[in-house]
Design a protein. Structure first.
Length: 237
C-alpha cells in the first residue's frame, strides 16, 4: 500500500518532455475557443430572446421615421389664348389717323351745292309729302269748385236712401253722417270724404251718396265739377 501511495512521487508515470511539441499550443487554442464560446453564445442569445419589460424602461425608443417629402407643385396652367376680336371694317375708328389733320372750321375749298328755290306745290318751311303735325293735347279738366258765393248748390235729381246696417240697428245707433262729395260735370258723384263719422254708419252713408245724381253746374255756360257738403240722416222708426 505504501509503495502505491508514494510510488508516483518516487517514480512518476508522467515525465516532463515525454509529450509532443505541439501539445501546449493546441491546449491553449482549445481553451480559448471554449472560453470564447461560453462568453459569446449568451450575448447572441440576448439579442434573440425578448427583453423583459423592466429592461425596456431603460432602453430609449427609436426615433420616428422622417416625414415624407412634400409633393411637387402642380404645373402652372397655360394662359388661354386671347380671344379673337372681330373687327368690323365699317366701324368708326377709335383714334384719329395721324395723316388726317383736325378741322379748323375755316376751310373754304368745298363745293357749294346749289339750292333750289322750292318745289311747286310745296310747303314753306316744311317737307314735301310730310305728315301733318299732330293735334294739340286736350286741355286738362278744370279743378273742382267749392259751392258758395256765386256757385249755387245743384239740384238733386236722384236720391237713394241708405241701408241701415243690422249691427247698428241692433245697437240702436242713430245720428247724422256728414260727407264732402265731389260732383262731376255730368252731375254724378265721383268721390266722397267723411267729415263727421259714426263708425257703424259711415260705409252705409258713402254707398248711398255715390248713387246720387245732380243737375250739372255751369260756369260761363260750361259744366264744371264742384265740391259740396251732404248729410245722411239715420233714424230708427
Amino acid at each position: 500500500m505504501q509503495r502505491h501511495m508514494f510510488g508516483d512521487i518516487v517514480d512518476p508515470s508522467v515525465k516532463v518532455g515525454s509529450k509532443q511539441w505541439y501539445t501546449i499550443p493546441l491546449s491553449i487554442v482549445v481553451h480559448t475557443v471554449v472560453i470564447g464560446a461560453i462568453v459569446i453564445i449568451p450575448l447572441m442569445a440576448a439579442d434573440i430572446l425578448p427583453v423583459p419589460p423592466t429592461m425596456m424602461a431603460f432602453v430609449a425608443a427609436p426615433p420616428p421615421p422622417p416625414p415624407p417629402p412634400p409633393p411637387p407643385p402642380p404645373p402652372a396652367a397655360e394662359a388661354p389664348p386671347p380671344p379673337e376680336v372681330d373687327v368690323n371694317p365699317a366701324a368708326a375708328p377709335l383714334e384719329a389717323p395721324e395723316e388726317i389733320a383736325p378741322e379748323t372750321g375755316l376751310e373754304t375749298d368745298f363745293e357749294r351745292a346749289s339750292v333750289s328755290s322750292g318745289i311747286p306745290g310745296g310747303i314753306i318751311g316744311g317737307v314735301s309729302g310730310g305728315l301733318p303735325p299732330p293735334p294739340p293735347p286736350p286741355p286738362p279738366p278744370p279743378a273742382p269748385i267749392r259751392v258758395g258765393g256765386n256757385i249755387k248748390p245743384p239740384t238733386k235729381l236722384r236720391d237713394v236712401r241708405p241701408r241701415y246696417p243690422s249691427i247698428a240697428q241692433s245697437a240702436r245707433v242713430t245720428g247724422v253722417v256728414i260727407l264732402e262729395a265731389t260732383i262731376g260735370p255730368d252731375g254724378k258723384v265721383q268721390d266722397t270724404r267723411v267729415l263727421r263719422s259714426i263708425p257703424l254708419l259711415d260705409q252705409a252713408a258713402i254707398d248711398a251718396v255715390r248713387q246720387w245724381e245732380y243737375s250739372p253746374t255751369l260756369l260761363n255756360g260750361t259744366p264744371v265739377p264742384i265740391i259740396m257738403t251732404v248729410t245722411v240722416q239715420f233714424t230708427l222708426s
